[in-house]
Design a protein around this ligand. Sequence first.
Ligand code: M6R
Length: 594
Amino acid sequence: MCGIVGYTGPKNIRDVLIDGLKRLDYRGYDSAGVGVRKEDEIYLQKKKGRIEDLSKEDIPEGKAGIGHTRWATHGKPSDENAHPFVDCRGEIAIVHNGIIDNFNSIKDELIDKGHEFSSETDSEVIVHLLEENNDGDLLEAFKKTVTKISGSYAILALRRDSSELLVTRNQSPMVVGIGEDENLVASDAPALLEHTKNVKYLQDGDIARITGDEIDIWNEDDQLIERKTKKIEWDLEDAEKGGYEHFMLKEIFEQPKAIHESILGRLTNFDEFDLSKYDPNAIQFIACGTSAHAGFVGKYIFEKIAKIPCTLEFSSEYRHSSPSESYPLTILLSQSGETLDTMAAAREANQRGNDTLAITNVLDSSITREVDEVMYTQAGPEIGVAATKTFTTQVVMLYLLAIEMGIKRNVLSKDQADKYRDELRRLPRKVESILNDKEKIRDMTESLAKAEDIFFVGRNINYPVALEGALKLKEIAYIHAAGYPAGELKHGPFALLTENTPVIAIAVKDETFDKMLGNIGEIAARDSPVIVVGDKDKELEKLADDAYFIPDVPPLFSPLLVNVVLQLISYYTAYRLDRDIDKPRNLAKSVTVE
Ligand code: M6R
């Protein structure tokens, strides 16, 4: 959470900082601010609200600068709590992402020594600590400061007497962008794309000093080291709206391509990692939010295709569970690869002796260093806070993996595996045909936008899709929504059903279909409007108030298609309500606090 950008070089600093921040504002949007070195002074501008609220024309020319977009943790969103923060003498400015766990005691000590604080944040202690430790060599002071703080952080410092930037990270991403006569740093690659695709990913404990033509990096043992230069595969257009009104809509529409790119090569030759090393007797999926729902779909996929018993655990709960006797394969899903709870779960799984695999969308993200194996989804950058195409590609990876495991375990015939692979190949077309129906789906949302509560029900492999549909609606439309296994409504939630409580029922023709018909009948009998998403069926048509029928697909592969319909339903409902779809209130794209 929180976006950071820094630049040192000859370009117009206000464009670099403001444009960079705009590409990062999905990381937090409670306040924004910049600091620019101008003629041995540090110019500061920071405000509660969005980056657009900063007055760009007032930002002076300068050769080095830092910027920040905040997701509030300590201290409410306000001008005072916005970053950057400066020391008492105005010599150093810092921006910070993360949480400084021991800030209270440090703050007390610093106040005793006469430092004056201007905010309620944990972050401000960093700059005063730097000032306290600075006896002329700021790099040394920076290194010393890092040993005094604990928690998760990415810190970027600007000084008034030189155009160098100092940066460090611990459990919070930082990428250095390598330019010509200029260098950059950012908490996420999209902020760098306009300037360079060559980057160095800093690792926990690294400290870097960055000037226009030099990047020096010291590791946690204070050794000067080289971090490999890597090339970002994403293009600038991938990180732009490209004519769509919202990133979310663009990302929904990118799903056919994202599926195609994720299966490309892997269907004919799965050589991601040596699968034969693993013969788990159980699989454990661990993730948060939408990624957890993808893992939940994965449970059904693996149980069916690879015949392995699976469980799903939320990352934040996993550490508090009791270790089991068996040593399962733990699959951690995380779009960002930075979610702190999921990182902690990965460490815990390793400690318990499990084999660990991460599925992530971000190259070299932190989670990739915590696990035995990594699979990358090829979704391209996802900027909208609501996860869409990354859910889809995560699930696609799980199909691929389950097929390979099924074969290795001799529980899946080659013929059946080929049939499954063909289904995956057909998915992009089928998703496209749903996207072509967007107006029809939009029209279905008129009544939903008036509702205060909406239920989503599904059975079997589509139960997790009901959970995901409800999450998406809550997240972007701010309508209370709950997902249930369809058979569970009558065990309590039925008490809430009225003619004003729409129920979105997922009904596909698997072994649960007849029961689902029964459930829908029960709901309709309580006068709740029923919107069906599923396979075409006359009986359903009679029961439903409205329906969208997905293209023909075996039930095992239906979740992705149903989910695209639900994504569009959420999008258009939120659109009708004029919500801030790409940046829903109180949320941030990657959650790097526990
Ligand atoms: O980056 P991750 O996949 O680890 O993020 C997990 C959740 O924070 C994320 O899926 C969140 O639930 C989305 N905003 C939902 O749309």
